[in-house]
Write a protein that binds this ligand. Structure first.
Ligand code: ASP
Length: 319
């Protein structure tokens, strides 16, 4: 059987948002329009081939929870395993899209395309960007040879490993930083510049069957992000340690440098059994570790993605 079906999973976000006035692009409520209603407004989608839809969640992605991630990972792996399914599109808010993208790539390691679609303007806007982004996402999911988790926004395809939201308002709100995008969608055709995200052995992975059952946030290891800045202290580290935090990611300055007071507290936490990982707060590039570095390096992951990786690492070490 030729796999031709595209599954569209709805999770909410601005793409499903509603405002009181069409001219209002910012004073809206996210996650109001159901996935079937969204699709009904884009007849060209149905013309592209068979579609299956499912509303997995309906939330503003700023409020993304581990329970929704668990459910999403379970539905993604369920549909990916079906031979008739060619790919999956997930409608998602832009705020935590990069975290969900990284999470799904690390956990599901898909050999088929899983495409996150989003919008910067609500569905009720005078000129909403969601319909075109969704159409482009389906074009990517239907592309022969596409694989892995990617995000599509403003005609640009970003890898789950590299994608970051870099603008709070512009329609082209995402960047792949130094790595550059995977390619572009132009009138339904793809112009590819580099490889699809491949499964990376050695990256944090956890058994999907365990994650799918972790529906309570309390089941997940507690990992927090701390930033290093002028005048930083170790107070937050000590407070978190007292609360039983299991992992800490430090968003370090520049090439992984950390304020001496904060670094002393992090070293102490590490000696006390807390896993500490260092990422850079710089938007581009990665930390180039120096020999003898005491704090582990995020291997190019941004602080929010390094946090997900550390959580998955801690989960794996539980089993
Ligand atoms: N707060 C919204 C969300 O992340 C923003 C968006 O989707 O653009 O769901």
């Amino acid at each position: 059987m030729t796999p031709r079906q595209i599954v569209i999973l709805g999770t909410g976000g601005t793409i499903a948002g509603r405002a009181a006035r069409p001219a209002d692009n910012i004073g809206y409520t996210a996650a109001q329009v159901g996935i079937d209603q969204l699709l009904a407004a884009i007849p060209a989608l149905a013309e592209s081939g068979p579609l299956v839809t499912e509303q997995v969640a309906q939330l503003d992605s700023k409020d993304m929870s581990f329970a929704v991630w668990a459910q999403l990972a379970a539905r993604v792996s369920h549909f990916l395993a079906r031979p008739e399914v060619q790919g999956i599109v997930i409608t998602h808010g832009t705020d935590t899209l990069e975290e969900t993208a990284y999470f799904l790539q690390a956990v599901c390691q898909p050999a088929k395309p899983v495409v996150l679609a989003c919008a910067m303007r609500p569905a009720t806007a005078l000129a909403p960007d969601g319909p075109q982004n969704l159409l482009d996402a389906v074009s990517v999911a239907r592309h022969a040879g596409a694989q892995g988790v990617v995000a599509v926004c403003a005609g640009t395809i970003h890898s789950a490993w590299d994608v970051q939201k870099i603008h709070p308002y512009r329609l082209d709100a995402f960047s792949s930083g130094d790595a550059g995008p995977i390619g572009y969608v132009e009138e339904g055709r793809l112009r590819l510049l580099r490889n699809w995200p491949l499964a990376q052995s050695g990256q944090a992975q956890a058994a999907i069957k365990n994650i799918a059952n972790m529906l309570s946030d309390d089941d997940w290891p507690r990992v927090e992000i701390i930033m290093s800045y002028a005048g930083a202290s170790g107070a937050i580290v000590e407070a978190l340690q007292a609360q039983g935090v299991q992992g800490l990611v430090v968003a370090a300055t520049g090439n992984g440098t950390v304020h001496c007071a904060l670094e002393a507290a992090l070293r102490q936490a590490q000696a006390g059994g807390v896993k500490v990982v260092r990422a850079t707060r710089c938007a581009n590039g990665r930390v180039l570790p120096l020999p003898g570095s005491v704090l582990a390096d995020s291997e190019g992951l941004s602080p929010v993605k390094a946090r997900v990786a550390l959580m998955l690492d801690l989960l794996r070490s539980r089993t």
